[in-house]
Write a protein that binds this ligand. Structure first.
Ligand code: ADP
Length: 586
């Protein structure tokens, strides 16, 4: 790096020196030469004029001697020329042998009464001369000054400039070397810093005290590194807090990267897997449970939360799996142990089923005897008849309650197997209407089919009739006499959505979220009076869940209610085991 910086600096310096040298040589030397020549011309002109005056007035000395004396005092060659250009006297040569000077420019100017000057190479001596001629009556005098000394002086100046340039080159080389060393050393520190940051050492700093460009770059880099270090420390802290938190919870947590490799597992998950789980290895190496794998896979591919039930992750334990997609791809799954909850739930269901079952026989007996007594008691004995009627009414209610409890226990546990098969949505709706037409007429109500798409759904026909029966019974119970109860279906992305609508009193919004809970009743007194058990909608919900569908209700006070449920299209039909797998937990 140093040699490269050095070479660049040196080239720059040399260019500057060369440019300076050339500029000095071209401009300064020429200017200086011109001004020198100008000065010599001025002084020679003075001397020529004095020479001309002497030639005119001093007749005491012969011309040949006069020119010698003038040449000596002016340090130049002196010549006297007549008007025809013939040399009359010359300090350096024999006038007889000298050619005619009529064509010399300075002589021509002098003949015109001016002082003429000219620079040229002497024919006689072959060196550059400055000629200055001044007029005298009948000719001109001329002084010729050899320019060799000027040229020598100029050559001297040029030599000095060259020496100065050479010295400058030398100084520049040393300077470039020193500067290159310093810059390279500072840049090397920046490179070292970058390498340390890349290697993960965020505490590295350049620490440059200078304020030049490199110093500014260094302090900007230091600032960035400081901020990175702070952010990284904060990130690291929150990561370890999160890790501690996730390790301390009872639920097992596993994070899977987008390439389906293990990214992280918490302590509970490690204990569950019970073998050396390696982060970075494929998920399928560590986990074989289809529920866990399916939830994670579906969550990654659909970018949505997915739930499943895991029964083979750990012998004798059941887990509910919730997999949620991670922003950068992959998913994180939380496994909650529901073995105990399921056990208690099952005990509760079994208990209810057993009690209901046990109550059935005595209840049937009570109902039978009450009927017999009612048949035998004399019509005049109204008090006994009234008591018997109360017994019959309540035993009927109890029979309905035990029946509903048994049905609910069966559908909740999955014991009541759904015989799901493709069936036309219209057929389901028509069955429902046929079953209820007479009852509706008896209650002065109309049952109408509003709309139905040609969709085939996957449904247990018998179970769905029970759903319609519960919904229609409610609708007719609450619809105003003389009004209509409507049923219909609409096509959805995954199958069809059915509905049962009445124009009764409606349900206040605060009750809607809990309406499908067992024994939840909006108006207890009215429900009892109309023979309701509070279980009808709970049964509806569980039958629909067992089909892989959903229930919901829309209602407004005094504007009636609409109960909706969805059924999957027959193409989406799920294997029965999967349906049970999915929903017996809820
Ligand atoms: P119930 O046997 O009491 O009818 P459900 O589970 O069928 O029990 O219904 C729960 C409660 O929801 C009912 O007690 C009633 O208050 C309310 N409900 C159900 N259907 C309707 C409806 N169509 N209009 C108004 N309220 C209704």
């Amino acid at each position: 790096m140093r040699s490269r910086v050095f070479a660049k600096l040196l080239v720059a310096f040399l260019l500057v020196i060369a440019a300076t040298t050339v500029t000095l040589d071209l401009t300064l030397r020429r200017d200086w030469e011109n001004s020198l020549l100008h000065e010599i011309t001025g002084s020679l002109t003075q001397k020529t004029r004095l020479f001309a005056a002497r030639v005119q007035h001093d007749k005491s000395v012969p011309l040949a001697q006069l020119v010698k004396e003038e040449a000596g005092s002016a340090e130049a060659r002196a010549t006297v020329i007549d008007a025809s250009g013939k040399v009359l006297a010359d300090s350096d040569a024999n006038p007889q042998t000298m050619e005619n000077h009529a064509t010399r420019p300075e002589f021509i100017a002098a003949l015109h009464g001016q002082t003429g000057s000219n620079v040229r190479t002497s024919h006689t001596l072959g060196i550059d001369f400055l000629y200055v001629a001044a007029p005298i009556p009948g000719g001109a005098v001329r002084l010729a000054y050899p320019l060799a000394s000027v040229q020598e002086a100029m050559a001297q100046v040029q030599k000095r400039v060259l020496w100065a340039s050479l010295l400058a080159v030398l100084v520049a080389t040393v300077l470039a070397g020193v500067m290159a060393h310093s810059i390279a050393r500072r840049l090397r520190r920046v490179v070292l810093f970058a390498e340390q940051i890349a290697a993960g050492n965020l505490s590295a700093r350049v620490a440059e005290s200078s304020t030049d460009e490199i110093g500014k770059v260094a302090s900007a880099l230091d600032h960035t590194a400081r901020q990175w270090e702070e952010s990284f420390t904060a990130l690291e802290r929150s990561r370890s807090e999160l890790e501690t938190l996730l390790n301390s919870i009872q639920d097992a947590v596993v994070a899977v990267a987008a390439d389906r490799r293990l990214q992280w597992v918490n302590g509970t998950m490690l204990r569950l897997l019970g073998r050396n789980v390696r982060v970075g290895s494929p998920l399928t190496d560590a986990v074989r449970d289809p529920g866990v794998l399916r939830a994670i896979e579906e969550s990654i591919s659909s970018h949505q939360v997915r739930s499943a039930r895991a029964v083979s992750l750990f012998p004798g334990r059941t887990f509910s799996v919730t997999a949620a997609p991670m922003p950068g791809g992959g998913a994180v799954a939380v496994l909650h142990d529901i073995t105990e909850i399921e056990r208690i739930e099952k005990t509760r269901r079994d208990f209810i089923a057993n009690v209901s079952h046990e109550l059935r026989t005595p209840l049937t007996s009570v109902q039978g005897y009450t009927e017999t007594l009612l048949d035998t008691v004399s019509p005049s004995d109204s008090r006994v008849r009234e008591f018997l009627e109360i017994i019959r009414k309540n035993s009927d209610r109890m029979a309905r309650l035990t029946n509903d409890l048994l049905t609910l226990a069966r559908v909740e546990s999955g014991e009541q197997k759904m015989e799901v098969q493709p069936v036309q949505a219209r057929a389901l709706l028509e069955d429902a209407i046929t079953n209820f037409r007479d009852l509706a007429q008896g209650m002065n109500l109309g049952v109408q089919l509003e709309e139905c798409p040609p969709v085939i759904v996957a449904a247990d026909r018998h179970a769905i009739q029970q759903v319609f029966s519960n919904l229609l019974e409610n609708a007719m119970k609450y619809a105003h006499s003389g009004s209509q109860v409507s049923v219909g279906a609409r096509e959805t992305a995954g199958g069809a959505e059915f509905y049962v609508r009445d124009f009764g009193p409606g349900i206040a919004s605060e009750h809607l979220p809990r309406i499908f809970e067992r024994f939840y009743r909006v108006d207890k007194a009215r429900s009892k009076e109309t023979g309701g058990t509070g279980l009808g909608l709970a049964i509806v919900k569980h039958i629909i869940l067992n089909h892989g569908g959903k229930v919901r209700v829309e209602s407004q006070l005094n504007h009636g209610s609409t109960f909706f449920f969805t059924l999957p299209g027959s193409a989406d039909e799920l294997p029965l085991e999967e349906i049970h797998d999915k929903f017996t937990v809820s």
